[in-house]
Design a protein around this ligand. Structure first.
Ligand code: GTP
Length: 308
């Protein structure tokens, strides 16, 4: 005769559901500080938010006057500080598997007792893995927005900046302009001198562009030998002046190839953001102006005039 498995008894299911409810309760209101800290830190990958949580939880265990954290991530200094003062300090180098994840210092007017330091170390031991994840997230995010060859922001970063600038331009009726710069006959540089020289020239062009504009402006590598410069608070004429300055600066680049000295020219297309215009349309107009500059002989600047 065929065996029919018996159905689970409702009483046993009720017990399971009750245990689940209890687990949920414990999860939301953990009774011990380490579980609560680990749980709170696991809810975010923002290093700033994590350090805020850490400061809060630490203050409950070991009161302090100020907390300072610093770490160099992706070639930039990250600093977080809360509170003020305190002549006594305890400093911790946060290391995991031989990699540094910053230095955290607590300051206090009153000396730290040994058992307090032990408490701080236990808390930091729980926080180190989530902090490592947050640091790595910053590194990865930065890499995804950076061009590997030149180290300047890439096309993805430009797309984000164009969207932000379009919105700001519309909201504040402010002038924003975009300059696209394309190195002329770059293919022949690669063909005649090789890709290593071509790469070197692209790096020099990126540095030259950054030197030619204000720190409030931003430079992007937009494509192979194409760069974009975003100019806040700049109208058509101002942007055209910047483009001409860039063109002159690029002409000044000389690469010594031993038997020959190599230089390059650039063509520029300029477009000022129009009210209500989508980022893609703005970019397309700048590209159209660049196309005109190429068609009309290269080594020149053309503006996609807002008012013809
Ligand atoms: N060395 C190097 N070359 C690149 C890189 N990215 C793109 N290129 C080269 O850039 C060249 C672009 O060629 P084209 O699009 O024909 O443009 P061009 O020769 O500059 O001609 P015009 O733009 O019309 O003046 C191609 O040979 C690509 O291989 C890079 O990262 N390194």
């Amino acid at each position: 005769m065929k065996h029919i498995p018996s159905l689970q008894r409702p009483v046993s299911q009720a017990r399971i559901l009750a245990a689940l409810r209890q687990a949920r309760e414990d999860w939301h209101n953990p009774s011990d500080v380490l579980t609560r800290l680990a749980r709170r830190l696991s809810t975010t990958l923002s290093l700033e938010t994590q350090l805020g949580i850490l400061a809060e939880e630490l203050a409950d265990i070991v009161p302090f006057d100020s907390l300072h954290y610093r770490h160099r991530i992706a070639r930039e200094d990250f600093v977080f500080a809360t509170g003020l003062g305190g002549q006594h300090r305890c400093e911790y180098r946060l290391n995991l598997e031989g990699v540094s994840y910053g230095v955290l210092t607590l300051y206090r007017r009153k000396k730290f007792a040994d058992e307090e330091l032990e408490g701080v170390e236990t808390i930091l031991g729980t926080a180190i893995c989530p902090l490592r994840n947050a640091c790595q997230y910053i590194t990865i995010e930065k890499a995804s927005l950076t061009d590997a060859l030149t180290g300047i922001p890439n096309k993805r970063a430009l797309d984000e900046a164009l969207l932000r600038s379009s919105q700001l331009s519309d909201r504040h009726s402010d002038e924003y302009s975009l300059v696209l710069c394309d190195l002329d006959h770059f293919k022949s540089v690669n063909d005649n001198h090789g890709h290593v020289v071509g790469d070197h020239l692209l790096q020099m062009a990126a540095e030259c562009l950054e030197r030619s504009v204000r720190t409030s402006d931003s430079v992007y590598r937009f494509g192979g030998e194409e760069f974009a410069v975003l100019l806040p608070h700049t109208g058509e004429q101002g942007a055209k002046d910047v483009a001409e300055r860039i063109r002159e600066a690029i002409t000044g680049i000389v690469v010594d190839c031993g038997d020959a000295k190599l230089s390059v020219t650039t063509s520029c297309g300029v477009a000022m953001h129009l009210k209500g215009e989508a980022p893609g349309q703005w970019l397309a107009r700048a590209d159209d102006a660049l196309y005109q500059a190429k068609r009309q002989g290269r080594n020149c600047t053309r503006v996609f005039a807002a008012i013809r």
